[in-house]
Design a protein around this ligand. Structure first.
Ligand code: SF4
Ligand code: SF4
Length: 89
Protein backbone atom coordinates (compact mmCIF):
# COMPACT_ATOMS: atom_id res chain seq x y z
CA UNK A 1 0.00 0.00 0.00
CA UNK A 2 2.75 2.47 0.88
CA UNK A 3 4.09 2.16 -2.68
CA UNK A 4 0.92 3.73 -4.14
CA UNK A 5 1.27 6.75 -1.91
CA UNK A 6 4.93 7.11 -2.88
CA UNK A 7 4.11 7.06 -6.60
CA UNK A 8 1.43 9.71 -6.21
CA UNK A 9 3.85 11.91 -4.36
CA UNK A 10 6.46 11.59 -7.08
CA UNK A 11 3.89 12.50 -9.76
CA UNK A 12 2.81 15.62 -7.93
CA UNK A 13 6.41 16.79 -7.71
CA UNK A 14 6.95 16.57 -11.48
CA UNK A 15 7.43 20.04 -13.03
CA UNK A 16 4.80 21.40 -15.45
CA UNK A 17 5.73 21.41 -19.19
CA UNK A 18 6.62 24.75 -20.75
CA UNK A 19 3.28 25.53 -22.41
CA UNK A 20 4.53 28.76 -24.01
CA UNK A 21 7.09 26.86 -26.07
CA UNK A 22 4.62 24.07 -26.91
CA UNK A 23 2.07 26.57 -28.25
CA UNK A 24 4.66 28.34 -30.38
CA UNK A 25 5.76 25.04 -31.90
CA UNK A 26 2.17 24.22 -32.86
CA UNK A 27 1.90 27.36 -35.01
CA UNK A 28 4.07 26.09 -37.83
CA UNK A 29 4.21 23.54 -40.61
CA UNK A 30 7.21 21.47 -41.58
CA UNK A 31 8.18 19.65 -44.75
CA UNK A 32 9.11 15.98 -44.56
CA UNK A 33 11.32 13.75 -46.71
CA UNK A 34 8.21 12.90 -48.75
CA UNK A 35 8.80 16.22 -50.57
CA UNK A 36 9.53 15.65 -54.27
CA UNK A 37 11.27 19.03 -54.68
CA UNK A 38 8.76 20.37 -57.19
CA UNK A 39 9.19 23.91 -55.82
CA UNK A 40 5.50 24.81 -56.13
CA UNK A 41 5.12 25.87 -52.51
CA UNK A 42 8.00 28.33 -52.28
CA UNK A 43 6.47 31.29 -54.19
CA UNK A 44 3.04 30.73 -52.60
CA UNK A 45 4.07 31.35 -49.00
CA UNK A 46 2.94 34.83 -47.87
CA UNK A 47 5.67 34.91 -45.24
CA UNK A 48 8.57 33.76 -47.43
CA UNK A 49 9.10 30.92 -44.98
CA UNK A 50 9.87 28.24 -47.58
CA UNK A 51 13.21 27.66 -49.26
CA UNK A 52 15.12 24.87 -50.97
CA UNK A 53 17.04 22.77 -48.46
CA UNK A 54 19.94 20.38 -48.97
CA UNK A 55 17.69 17.38 -49.64
CA UNK A 56 14.19 18.84 -49.87
CA UNK A 57 12.35 22.09 -49.27
CA UNK A 58 12.23 23.44 -45.74
CA UNK A 59 10.00 25.80 -43.74
CA UNK A 60 11.51 28.34 -41.36
CA UNK A 61 9.34 27.70 -38.31
CA UNK A 62 9.82 31.21 -36.94
CA UNK A 63 8.25 32.70 -40.09
CA UNK A 64 5.37 30.24 -40.54
CA UNK A 65 2.03 31.16 -38.98
CA UNK A 66 0.18 28.34 -40.77
CA UNK A 67 -1.42 30.98 -43.02
CA UNK A 68 -3.50 32.16 -40.10
CA UNK A 69 -6.94 33.34 -41.15
CA UNK A 70 -7.05 31.32 -44.35
CA UNK A 71 -9.10 28.18 -44.91
CA UNK A 72 -6.03 26.20 -45.97
CA UNK A 73 -2.27 26.86 -45.81
CA UNK A 74 -1.04 28.14 -49.19
CA UNK A 75 1.75 25.56 -49.34
CA UNK A 76 -0.66 22.69 -48.68
CA UNK A 77 -3.02 23.96 -51.39
CA UNK A 78 -0.39 23.63 -54.14
CA UNK A 79 1.67 20.65 -52.97
CA UNK A 80 1.03 17.49 -55.02
CA UNK A 81 1.95 15.29 -52.05
CA UNK A 82 0.77 17.56 -49.23
CA UNK A 83 -0.74 14.81 -47.08
CA UNK A 84 2.69 13.32 -46.46
CA UNK A 85 5.08 16.17 -47.25
CA UNK A 86 3.64 19.08 -45.27
CA UNK A 87 2.67 18.35 -41.69
CA UNK A 88 2.21 20.22 -38.43
CA UNK A 89 5.55 20.92 -36.77
S1 SF4 B 1 1.60 27.29 -43.79
FE1 SF4 B 1 1.53 29.28 -44.88
S2 SF4 B 1 3.02 30.55 -43.76
FE2 SF4 B 1 3.48 28.40 -43.25
S3 SF4 B 1 5.01 27.73 -44.74
FE3 SF4 B 1 3.00 27.16 -45.56
S4 SF4 B 1 2.44 28.89 -46.89
FE4 SF4 B 1 4.08 29.61 -45.54
S1 SF4 C 1 5.03 21.74 -53.04
FE1 SF4 C 1 5.32 19.87 -51.78
S2 SF4 C 1 6.60 18.49 -53.05
FE2 SF4 C 1 6.74 20.57 -53.92
S3 SF4 C 1 8.58 21.48 -52.97
FE3 SF4 C 1 6.82 22.09 -51.71
S4 SF4 C 1 6.67 20.49 -50.12
FE4 SF4 C 1 7.99 19.69 -51.73
Amino acid sequence: MWLIGLCRGAGAARPEPDNAIDQEALMARKITDACINCGACEPECPNEAISAGDEYYVIAAEKCDECEGKDEPACVAVCPVADEAIVKA
